[in-house]
Structure formats: C-alpha cells, structure tokens
Design a protein around this ligand. Sequence first.
Ligand SMILES: [Zn+2]
Length: 238
Amino acid sequence: MWFRQKPKPDIKQIIPLDVGGVKVKPSSRARRFSLRVDAKEGDVVFCWPLKSRVSLEKALKFVERHRPWIEDQRRNALQTIPFAPGTALPIAGKNYTIEHAQGRGLTRLEGDKLIVHGGVEHISRRVRDFLKAEAYRHFKEISDRKAAQLKLPPVSIRILDPNTRWGSCGPDGRLMYSWRILLAPPEVMDYLVAHEVAHRVHLNHSRRFWALCASLTNDAAQSRRWLRKQGRKLLNYG
Ligand SMILES: [Zn+2]
C-alpha cells in the first residue's frame, strides 16, 4: 500500500529567538522540534522545524520538561578539567590522580597516581602525550585481538583528537581513535574498537555490519547510549 503525499502547506510562522532561554536554530530538514548540543554555539539549541507548525506553548513545555538535561549540558560545556596536579583521571576504567614530582623522570602510572616530572608549565602537555601513548597501546592491542577474531591481520591504527567523532575506518583499512576514549568506561572503548574493526568487513552501517559489531563486543547498545549521553564530557579534559 502506498499513500500519495499531501501537498505541503506553505507555513508562515513567527520564529522566536529563544525558547525559555534556549537559542532557536531554524531547521529546514527537521520535522519535529528537538534540543541538541551545538558544538559551534557551545550551548544547547532548540531546533525549530520550518516544515511544520510549532506551537510556542508546546515548545516551552518541551524545554521545561528537559530543563535538567539542559542544565547538565551547560554545566558540562563550562566545566573544563585541566591536566594539573590533583585532577582525577579515569584511565581505562581505573581512577588515577595527577601528581607532580620533582626532577626528571618518565610520566608513569604508579599505584593510583599518574606521576609527572619536570616544570609545572609542561604538565598538561606531558599528561596528554602520556594518554596518547597509552591510548595507542590499548587500542592497538584490542584492535588486533578483534581483527584476529575475524581472521584479519593486525591493523594499523593512529590516535588523534577529533572533535566530532571518536573513531573511524579509512578506505585503506587504517583505524583512527580519539585518545579521549581511554577516559571512557572500558566497555565503551571495547565497543568503539568492535565498531571500527567491523568496518574492515563492511564499510557501511548495514544490518550485517551491526550484527558483526555486536558479535565483537558485549553491549554495543549501552555503549552507544553512553557515548551519546556522556561522550561530550570527554572533550572537557585537558
Ligand atoms: Zn561506523
């Protein structure tokens, strides 16, 4: 059965600048209103669909209902977590505190400390370099293990710091991961690797891709949810 589409009414509506203190972004693609975090704005925005009629009253109610989420997102956006002595870092699922040590020495994990030597002005960069190296070690090991599960050879990976994605699989089969995922729960890291390694077989997001991805990790759905809801926080580090 099929339906003929009704001709779209030419909707003339007055679009407010904000709804309950949330900036409005008109969207010609959206069909319903929604709230999202806009990286460029660095804030929550209200997507106002140009294609449907929006009642301001309903929009306001929607914003009020999501007020706690909005406040959460705003707090996150403001809350940078510096790589400085005393900062707590969850590295691969274990909690460490950054500690500054005198003299020279390698940046390293010791007990529940991340020990960083040298001048205070270099701590941030040293922590970052350490996390990148550590991310490489973890991601390489998990990627190769999962590749072997699929009878694929070891994979070539690189560690970057992109703002908009946590990982990718290039057409050449090279995998990219954000070092920030090292600070996410280990199951999220495991899922991300499963996802990218599964792209070595399917370069798409087809059902077969998702089935393969699910066979490589424990709870893909939950990790995806975590990334969607909490992932942004990882951008606050350093
Ligand atoms: Zn993908």
